[in-house]
Design a protein around this ligand. Sequence first.
Ligand code: CO
Length: 384
Amino acid sequence: MKITEVRVIVTCPGRNYVVVKVMTDEPGLYGVGDATLNGRELAVAEALEKHIAPLLIGRDPDRVEDTWQYLFRGTYWRGGPVLMTALAGIDMALWDIKGKRANLPLYSLLGGKTREGALCYTHAGGKDNKAVEDSVREKLERGFKVVRAQVSVPKAIGTYGVGGAREAASATWGSGGGTATAPGEALPHEETNWEPTNYLKVVPKLFDHLRSTLGEEVELLHDVHERLNPIQAARLAKELEPYHLFFLEDPLRPEHKESFRLVRSHSTTPIAMGELFHTKYECLPLFTEQLIDYIRCDLGHIGGITEAKKIAALAEPYQIQTAWHGPGDIAPMTHSANVHVDVSIPNFGVQEMVFFSEQVQEGAAGVVRVMSAGVATPLGEAAA
Ligand code: CO
């Protein structure tokens, strides 16, 4: 069998997805993958069309690992968000072809089920503590057991994570404020008047409020979104200890791994990190020193399923669990890939999920119905 064509489709609705379709010489057999990189979609599309697609014509689509290495090392200048996202799209499509040929679900090819479904968390947010509480209650009513809570920071316009349902559904980050933008027109998200002092004041108060009104039963987490310096992050993790977070997400910037030692040495709040990483190599220092508890790489930005399996395996002996990135700014195929990996590895922790619009679900029929409230199952089956 041979790859005959690689189609790159940049499409909406709501935001720009980059979909890769790898065609084969077997009639009707093709694979699809997601190569969406929020705000730089066209760079990935060009990399795929101009540089990667020509390399794949005539290759055997069964050789997933070999093709992965060929593309990763073949550039010499390797890694980075653009190339690793392009590679993810190809990797997912090749696994899709393999599954279709074998007539088996991906989780089966990855070793079979370790669990019946993937515990999911979703996003709650609001302008003040009461609004966040209401938002969390609404998610609990929908069946969620784990909820991420974000609150507006006084004087900071456009605080991360408090845009509510619309933001979660359309993932407006970097896409020009919630409205669909033409490819290449996306503007970076800007948080006006970002003030860490105010932020550090309001977040412990939010969780104090949530624990006193919702009790200890609900699992709560919070996303810092890489906006603190090391000593601020250590202070926040320490001050949040009494509220028993499921984890504190992305407390620090991704570049300087040593900073995590400071946070770790000051707090027992579990730490999650990794959505801005692109390879297993970046995860290693955090694993070997056990500086985090959850690794949350984005399958769409680390070269896909092949690399995710390795990252999970590297994390396992260090007792680190997975919490793959699952935002609205990647296409539903990555969410599907997330869940197949989730249910086939031993050290799955939790899965982030968002709700896709009806238009997106229509356009990606068969891949987004994996989501049901609170638990995701690989093929949209009911969890046992
Ligand atoms: Co995050």
